[in-house]
Write a protein that binds this ligand. Structure first.
Ligand SMILES: *Cc1c(COP(=O)(O)O)cnc(C)c1O
Length: 467
């Protein structure tokens, strides 16, 4: 045998395309992609032949089954979406890197139907003429918040941008220095303000701002007072912030709109569910804020969106702002948001069916039961690992409630044959992409953010990984 002979045994692309298995593959995947993968696979063998040493040539042969297997595997891989499902075992409920809030299963049919068929997105069925895409959200959001008016844009950053651009372009907006924070991953209040054309007027010190600081800063060029919920950090100790009701009174006195950027859109009193009290959207309105903005995909538990609610006179102006066209939401968002808000008509239903709320409000007994089940499933595999069921802490995430460490139950694994970091890497890269934390040199699975239907998959992947 010599190399020349081996080269002559290489199949041609044409031959491969006539192989029965490849013909089956052609029914599912685009021809161009398969041809590319055939070329690459043949080329790899060609390179392998070139690099063969003299004493290897005789024992070398072209494994056609393996070649075809490679082509099939590569074609499937290159065709799968880059954006794909993962299993979140981190215990961070609103995980910005893993897609923030999850939509409720109970709304998927309606959302899909609106998206895959024509709809009355911008059509008034009563009048038979052009309607507004925002009208679909107006009734339900007004009903749940009691607000006079509503507008929904791409995300909360866009909401703040639009509010400031509409109400305060080339004018001053007064904000406490302690609230000039970076929130929700690179959203910096001073930068957003700059983009909106509003002029930032900082008042107070980092740890303390008094109502008189705002009052002293008001002048003929002041357009609004802004309060930002510092959702991802807290100044502890010797502090003073001005509450929204105090600020609202000041706004009324000087006839200035008071804007509150709440970040997370909370609609239920979570102190009822063993979490620390956090101000809700309704609190803000009740305390007199003229405009409130919040995210759709933080605690609200809906799709990415920025929701602006409040006084009609201001929101009407925003609707006429040209920016609104650039920040507008898609029908998928509108359908998902309307359906999510509808769940809030019944708090029990919202807690049960919105995954974000469900995961945040598990009782310790429920977590115990879940953890016990997963633990037993892994234990019964008799693997070469140290397996434990322990107490741990989950996080709300999404820049919400940073100091809130919620007690949870975790499964910890120390593999004996490979390192903990190798286990983490294998499970992250496996077909089902399990994302978990490594803490205290243990692999930690927090059952809070894992769905029970994922247990079997997790066990299977652990079995494959610890070998
Ligand atoms: C998260 C957050 C934002 C940004 O919201 P996005 O929906 O991520 O654009 C703005 N303000 C506050 C206070 C936030 O917490």
């Amino acid at each position: 045998m010599n190399k020349k002979k081996l080269f002559s045994q290489l199949p041609s692309v044409e031959e491969m395309l006539n192989n029965e298995k490849i013909l089956n593959l052609l029914e599912e995947y685009p021809r161009s992609l398969i041809v590319d993968n055939i070329r690459k696979s043949i080329d790899n063998i060609r390179k392998r032949i070139i690099s063969l040493k003299d004493d290897e040539i005789n024992s070398f042969y072209i494994d056609y089954d393996k070649l075809i297997g490679n082509i099939i595997e590569n074609s499937t891989n290159t065709y799968s979406l880059s954006l794909q499902k993962v299993i979140n075992a981190t215990g961070v409920v609103i995980h910005t890197n893993l897609g923030r809030s999850l939509l409720s299963d109970s709304i998927k049919e309606e959302v899909w139907e609106t998206a895959s068929r024509y709809s009355n997105l911008e059509y008034d069925l009563e009048l038979g003429e052009r309607g507004s895409r925002y009208s679909h959200l107006e009734d339900i959001i007004k009903k749940i918040t009691g607000a006079e008016s509503v507008l929904v844009v791409n995300n909360n950053a866009a909401a703040v941008l639009l509010v400031l651009s509409t109400l305060a372009k080339e004018k001053e907006v007064i904000v406490s220095r302690g609230e000039l924070v970076e929130v929700g991953g690179s959203f910096r209040i001073p930068r957003v303000m700059e983009e909106s054309g509003a002029i930032l007027r900082e008042v107070g010190a980092t740890n303390k701002t008094h109502i008189k600081d705002y009052e002293e800063a008001i002048n003929e060029n002041t357009a609004a007072l802004l309060k930002v919920h510092t959702s991802n950090y807290r100044i502890l100790g010797f502090t003073k912030t001005v509450d929204i009701d105090e600020l609202s009174k000041m706004g009324k006195k000087y006839n200035l709109p008071v804007i509150e950027d709440l970040g997370s859109g909370l609609f239920i009193d979570i102190s009822k569910y063993r979490l620390n009290y956090e101000p809700t959207v309704l609190d803000s309105l009740k305390k007199g804020a003229d405009i409130v903005t919040f995210s759709g995909d933080k605690i609200l538990g809906g799709p990415q969106a920025g929701i602006i609610i409040g006084k009609k006179e201001y929101i009407e102006k925003m609707k006429k702002n040209q920016l609104t066209r650039a920040l507008r939401v898609d029908k998928l968002t509108i359908a998902a948001l309307e359906a999510t808000f509808r769940l809030y008509l019944d708090e029990k239903k919202a807690i049960k069916e919105i995954p974000t709320l469900r995961m945040l409000t598990y009782t310790m007994e429920e977590l115990d039961e879940k953890a016990e089940k997963l633990y037993k499933m892994i234990e019964s595999e008799n693997l070469d690992i140290n397996l434990n069921l322990e107490e741990g802490y989950s996080q709300v995430g999404g820049g919400s409630m940073p100091l809130e460490n919620i007690k949870t139950k975790v499964i910890t694994i120390i593999p004996k044959k490979i390192s903990v970091s190798e286990l983490e890497r294998r499970l992250r890269l496996c077909e089902n992409h399990i994302i978990a934390r490594v803490y205290d040199n243990k692999y930690v699975l927090d059952v809070r953010t894992i769905f029970e239907e994922q247990f079997e998959t997790i066990v299977k992947e652990i079995v494959n990984s610890v070998k």
